[in-house]
Design a protein around this ligand. Sequence first.
Ligand SMILES: Nc1ncnc2c1ncn2[C@@H]1O[C@H](COP(=O)(O)OP(=O)(O)OP(=O)(O)O)[C@@H](O)[C@H]1O
Ligand SMILES: [Mg+2]
Length: 333
Amino acid sequence: MEESEYILETENLVKTYPGGIKAVQGINLRIKKGQIYGFLGPNGAGKSTTIKMLSTSIKPTSGTAKIMGYDIVKDSMNVRRIIGVVPQDLTTDEDLKGIENIQMVARFYDIPAREARKRAEELLALVDLSDFGNKYVSSYSGGMRKRLELVVGLVHNPKVLFLDEPTLGLDVQTRAKMWDYIKKIRDELGVTIILTSHYLEEVDSLADIISIIDHGKIIVTGTSDELKSNLKGDIIQIEFATEAEAKKFGEYENKIDVSYPKETEARLKVKDADYELPEIMKYLVNNNIKPLKFSVHKPSLDQVFLEYTGREIREEEGGDVRKMAMNMRRLRR
Ligand SMILES: Nc1ncnc2c1ncn2[C@@H]1O[C@H](COP(=O)(O)OP(=O)(O)OP(=O)(O)O)[C@@H](O)[C@H]1O
Ligand SMILES: [Mg+2]
């Protein structure tokens, strides 16, 4: 098997669904071992389609991808051995106990019963579910269920774990807890993690590398800091008592840009607010202008997204875990 610096590489990966829907339009990825790689994109961007191709559940229309040197189409059996997948929809069976769910998956992988039990106990402990392993999943909270889903995908010791929207529909605190578990999986098990999300804070806090994906294409890739620094500028916004003062402040020389949200308010874009602020203070004092209200904004991933896609990312309300669980129940009947 060829050695590569990258654990996962793709070459112009394309998926066109029947009917001509171009869900993924030529994606090139280079993912290093041990990274948490985040795909950020709005609904319908092509995130799940990409994950489904990489995890061999659907075939690409064209292009190739390799995971640890194995081709996702020609070597799909080997790929399945080394990857774990936690799909966007819930997969655990709520009529089984937590531990039984893990043991059931272990049987698919031909893991001997005794080993499976040990592994299940370790995995439950990893996500603080030891006390709940013998309880039925139907009694779990949304957060507990998502934690169980996380470790079910780890039963066969995969090297790469795909997480499709791991915290969709969870409240903010529960989501932040999930992030800790995801980091723990990478740190303690050394698993490379590829996750999708449409929550900016999620990829910002979790991912080492972020790709913004929209309409089936990767728009930009980088660390959170790199993406933000590409915006070249911090915003200093000041409100004054008079329009004349706002205009005078707007004449401050060392700026990238100025706009006036209100007649008495000026918004200055500067390269680095940390260095510019003392100079701006001097300028205000020298010109006898007195600010009423002062604020400094460092760029956020929100702005990055807006800058690159021309739109704000929308947060979906519909993906509630309980609603998903209900759908699952309906499907099984
Ligand atoms: N099985 C399918 N058949 C036809 N079109 C599909 C199918 N699955 C997805 N699509 C379409 O492909 C596009 C990409 O969908 P995909 O599910 O990959 O997006 P996503 O980024 O995961 O979105 P979400 O945030 O809603 O999960 C969408 O336009 C979607 O409607
Ligand atoms: Mg999806």
